[in-house]
Design a protein around this ligand. Structure first.
Ligand SMILES: Cc1ncc(COP(=O)(O)O)c(C=O)c1O
Length: 380
């Protein structure tokens, strides 16, 4: 059994992938070939935004909006602590300071009260200027953008949606990647929309920002490649990856429907024995990960492993406790949810091709284990 079965997806579209790859290799337009622009326009239409700017990876997709907005020394950006390192890393790379905010215990996304308290703290201290928020759509579930955008408007903050895990997810009638002033995503192979290497993209409806992002991703180019109007970086999506992504985008919606079935089956089968994940009202998670919580996590993980079932702990440590980030400010009151989750959380196999038989085996293995351990706590 695989944690994420990329092989099953590859088999499904093997002929189309091979033809697409062959075409790029034969045509020889390896950098910014026509497939890149075609992919950008198809993905912009899927997400429901005016501009999609492809780049080299999801980390650059978060960094470039900071560069393009002039965020740097003396500025702060509010980020959740329970996320992948890149969310905070880009803030430090831009020479600004991340301020760590707690997450909500059910959505695992940035907690609105903690965010308000962090903003008030930074304003009261007066040392740093609040400039932006990077909410993360963790595991594929949209953050609370109604509340976040209200705060951002009041405080004049830029919102950069970290939709690295969330392409295909939605809230209300909007797709993840369309929230905030600008959004970033990743095409890392294991993501809901993944390529065969590194890749990323930015989304915005703001024409001027889109033009700047394109420039910063291409050595700060102006009218031509040899006209430099900004200090930029080299961050482009390879034509080969765009050709692969075009084929994968064509089946993404179908895969999203399959992921919903898998998630609903987990929630149904596990609800009375662990804390499962569920779609919150009005949302559709992209289910990049399916997380459960249980106090007996380490023993359960070992038991699953003994039974040939892979599972992964996302994340083993919140960012505010990591060596690289522990000197940055945290929201008042500490971050109890971000601190506690790493002790209880476990992610189960999740992909659109998970068979009912395999899933039933995962569910019954967990049920047997939890049943046995709750009857006999000494066995823990
Ligand atoms: C929440 C989050 N942000 C950012 C990134 C960075 O993406 P990439 O690995 O493509 O640089 C990732 C990917 O792992 C992620 O999960």
């Amino acid at each position: 059994m695989q944690f994420i079965d990329l092989g099953a997806q590859r088999e499904r579209i093997a002929d189309r992938l091979k033809a697409a790859i062959d075409r790029v290799v034969e045509e020889g337009r390896y950098i910014l070939g026509p497939q890149v622009a075609e992919f950008e326009s198809r993905l912009a239409a899927y997400v429901g935004v005016k501009h999609c700017i492809a780049c080299a990876n999801g980390t650059d997709a978060l960094l470039l909006p900071l560069y393009a907005s002039g965020i740097g020394p003396g500025d702060t950006v509010f980020v959740p602590s329970f996320t992948f390192a890149a969310t905070a890393e880009v803030v430090a790379l831009a020479k600004a300071e991340p301020v760590f905010v707690d997450v909500d215990p059910d959505s695992y996304n940035i907690d609105i009260e903690s965010l308000e308290a962090a903003i008030a703290m930074i304003k009261a201290e007066g040392r740093l200027k609040p400039k932006a928020i990077i909410p993360v759509d963790l595991f594929g579930l949209a953050a609370d953008y109604d509340a976040i955008m209200r705060i951002a408007e009041r405080e004049n903050l830029l919102v950069i949606e970290d939709a690295a895990q969330a392409i295909g997810g939605s809230a209300g009638d909007r797709m993840c990647g369309s929230f905030g002033h600008v959004a970033a995503t990743s095409f890392y192979p294991a993501k809901p929309l993944g390529c065969y290497g590194d890749g990323g993209a930015m989304f915005t409806n703001d024409d001027a920002l889109a033009e700047k992002l394109r420039s910063f991703a291409f050595h700060g180019k102006g009218e031509t490649q040899y006209d430099n109007i900004h200090v930029g970086i080299n961050s482009r999506l390879d034509t080969l990856q765009a050709a692969i992504l075009l084929e994968k985008l064509a089946i993404l919606e179908d895969e999203m429907v399959a992921r919903q079935v898998v998630a609903a089956r987990y929630a149904e089968g596990l609800r009375d024995v662990v804390k499962p994940s569920d779609n919150l009202s009005g949302t559709r998670s992209a289910w990049a990960q399916y997380a459960i919580e249980t106090p007996n996590r380490d023993a359960l993980k070992a038991h699953l492993h003994e039974n040939g079932i892979p599972s992964v702990i996302y994340y083993v440590k919140p960012l505010h406790s990591q060596v690289a980030y522990k000197s940055f400010p945290v929201a008042p009151g500490g971050l109890p949810v971000s601190k506690g989750l790493p002790e209880r959380i476990l992610c189960l196999p999740m992909h659109p091709y998970l068979s009912i038989e395999d899933q039933d085996r995962i569910i019954s293995t967990i049920r047997n284990f939890v049943g046995r351990n709750s009857l006999n706590p000494a066995a823990e």
